[in-house]
Design a binder for this molecule. Sequence first.
Ligand code: SR1
Ligand code: MG
Length: 408
Amino acid sequence: MSKDLSTARAKLGGTPDQWVVEEIGDGNVNMIFRVRGPEGQVLIKQSVPYLRCVGEAWPLSVQRTFFEYTAFKEHAAVAPQYLPQIYAYSADSTCMAMEFLGEHIILRKGLMQGIKYPAFAAHIADYMAKTLFFTSDLFLSAAQKKQKMKVFCDNTDLCKITEDLIFTDPYRESPQNRWTKPLLDPIVVSFHQDKRLKLAITEMKGKFLMSAEALVHGDLHSGSIMVNQTETKVIDPEFAFYGPMGFDVGLLLANFFMAYFSQEAMGSRQGERNEFEEWVLDQVQEIWVRFDQGFRGYWDTHLEGDYLSPNLFKGVEARELVVAKRDEYMANLFQDSIRFAAAEMIRRTLGLAHVADLDTIADPELKAQCEYRNLKMAYEMLVNPTQYSDLEKLLALAKKSRQLKISG
Ligand code: SR1
Ligand code: MG
């Protein structure tokens, strides 16, 4: 563990009495400080023994900073260009010192302003293909992977937040749930009574609990990514653990769908809105296509883990069988991704933690309208996932859902 503060000191320049510290965080979980020195800035992220947005009433292990630091390290081994630089970590003060990303903004804020990021889809697809493939049994030996995995088994507090907030509360009565009342009351009642929906979400909760496929970021929404026109930086991996690959892919795609459904409310940009909506949906396509290509590429060149034993397939059929297995793997990963996406879309509308794209819509009727479309699409994805086995069908569903009216 690196307690060496020399890099952070050098970035700031001057002496500590010249440094100015300011709390700048607005996230749910941790405290964020900006430190300004004569020569530059450094970001300090600190965990307190409770959830920042609730306070001491919701205790939370400060060990989350260790998991975040360790996840950054593991992911930086394969995709450093998409991560901020980490200068130091201290378990004693539960702090990390890292690069201050002053020329980037949170992707969600950019999307809400209608800003396009031409390099983003290629970057994030590459980030996901690398971090998911190279931390899985497809690349690592079973022993290597289990060594890494055991470190993250202790990240139980943060996993429990996800288990409750994504996979449980939105489907039952819970004091933590909130939604746009009274307009969404009927759909909330219908979700709470829907057996198919409850079975489908239970299946996904099972995958989240039981499928230790790769070191996932664990909270890869558009608030966990900072961008500009040329760079993409993934931040906040404190929810990281060995979980299902589709969880990261799904959360990301879900946040693009929610950006899509919120566009109607972005009134000041009416002229450009349709074009931006199209761009947002195009990103879903580009992200998946590029991710799929990247992942398949690593399968071809780096299938070195214990997943596929050498000489299992022999002779002329060998290549054919490996390719068939790869196709099946990717098809399953797509199915998982759309079902996890649906879970994210539902919890961001009916659960505790919403997204600003939808939540800041001032007109309650328009807000409910946008959220209703989001919920209807998510319901389809979760309950009838095999109907959307290819991207074209999924995008067609988004466009169809976009036309729905809350009464019908
Ligand atoms: C109570 S914490 C709520 C949410 O914030 C984090 O960013 C995660 O998405 C979590 O589910
Ligand atoms: Mg976060």
